[in-house]
Design a protein around this ligand. Structure first.
Ligand SMILES: Cc1cc2nc3c(=O)[nH]c(=O)nc-3n(C[C@H](O)[C@H](O)[C@H](O)COP(=O)(O)O)c2cc1C
Length: 344
């Protein structure tokens, strides 16, 4: 299954997760209504192309504390990125709601540690989890109490790693993110998957509609969702393979959708003035042959980024990965080391 065709959909129907959560070893603690956990805010489901439920997570607020209540993915689809997308969706929503911290009881703490959660002693954990009163606590069930403290900064990962195999570009991007999170504790990471279907090229009707909405100041239209998401990012990571001396065409389509007059940039007498807050945009690519000085994808991204107000740009690459006879793993290792050196 191609996990990138997965949809994440918000839902208030918590009970649909009952079987999935039980199979994943999560307890279903419902409040008096019997419809959801205490302090239930909302939930998201991951569904595959056929509409089947393959993952879910919920967020709650108890005694003023935000909690990532449950997160589960069907066993055969774990480590495919679904849990990460659900997690990021939930974390971004809580940040948008004004959360400063998020608590969890984790059965797979390594996953959360990677994203910047730290361990709490049970006595330092607010009294919001039923766990400690459960007779299985410390016996068959040994959860870790963890907390995440938002710094308020946001990184947007524009993931255009369109591929038929395990993407080498994605491997570099994942590594970059791990280093970045370590160097920027509390950063919120959000991913937009930029593949066919994520956005449409603008035609005459779209441009007319966009102009009408802009004239009316109706920037809350869903047409501008990607532009808002880009505009509020403090950091941007673009991951895109080197295709035809640049990047996959869908990334250009996505860019058409974020470059919006009056929202992400404005026209001035001297040219353009960017309205986005991004301090640094990092571009990661891998190529089958040599790139040399023909990284037209990166050059283009820099041009657009400058127009939108991005302050600085950085690039990491691994090239010649399809040339027979070369040690491709050694090339990748070298690129990973360059990222390590650049992100310390
Ligand atoms: C549609 C397409 C176009 C490509 N164009 C180029 C190219 O212009 N120059 C090049 O060196 N490699 C090109 N490649 C090879 C990819 O850049 C290379 O395999 C890259 O590592 C793929 O990244 P991934 O493993 O993240 O998918 C192309 C590959 C595809 C599928």
């Amino acid at each position: 299954m191609n996990i990138r065709k997965m949809n994440i959909i918000e839902t208030q129907d918590y009970l649909q997760f009952a079987d999935l959560f039980k199979r994943s070893g999560l307890e279903l603690n419902l409040d008096d209504s019997g419809k959801g956990p205490e302090g239930f805010i909302t939930a998201w489901k991951a569904v595959d192309e056929a509409g089947a439920l393959v993952g879910g997570c919920a967020i709650t607020r108890k005694k003023g504390y935000y909690v990532l209540n449950d997160i589960a993915v069907e066993e055969e689809l774990r480590s495919t990125g679904i849990g990460r997308l659900l997690f990021q969706t939930a974390m971004t929503r809580m940040l948008d709601m004004g959360a400063r911290q998020v608590h969890i009881t984790a059965k797979a703490p390594k996953f959360f540690e990677k994203y910047g959660f730290r361990y709490l002693e049970p006595e330092d954990t607010p009294d919001i989890f039923g766990c400690k009163n459960c007779d299985q606590y410390g016996k068959t069930c040994k959860p870790e109490f963890m907390v995440f403290e938002y710094s308020g900064e946001r990184l947007l990962f524009i993931d255009s790693c369109v591929t038929t195999h395990i993407s080498r570009t994605m491997r570099l991007a994942d590594h970059y993110l791990e280093q970045f999170i370590k160097a920027h504790p509390g950063v919120n990471v959000e991913t937009v998957i930029v593949e066919k279907g994520c956005a449409e090229p603008l035609d005459r009707d779209d441009i007319n509609r966009r102009n009408d909405l802009a004239t009316a100041g109706a920037y809350d239209d869903p047409m501008f969702d990607y532009a808002h998401q880009f505009k509020r990012a403090d950091y941007v990571l673009v991951g895109a393979p080197y295709w035809d001396c640049a990047f996959p065409a869908i990334l250009k389509v996505y860019i058409e959708n974020i470059v919006v007059t009056g929202l992400t940039f404005e026209e001035s007498e001297t040219g353009y003035s960017g309205l986005c807050k991004c301090k640094e945009l990092t571009y990661i690519t891998t190529a089958g042959g040599p790139i040399g000085d023909k990284n037209l994808g990166f050059d283009y991204i820099c041009g657009i980024g400058e127009m939108l107000g991005v302050r600085s740009f950085k690039e990491y690459r691994a090239e010649c990965l399809d040339i027979v006879g070369l040690d491709h793993e050694a090339i990748m290792e070298q690129a990973l080391a360059v990222i390590d050196a650049g992100e310390q």
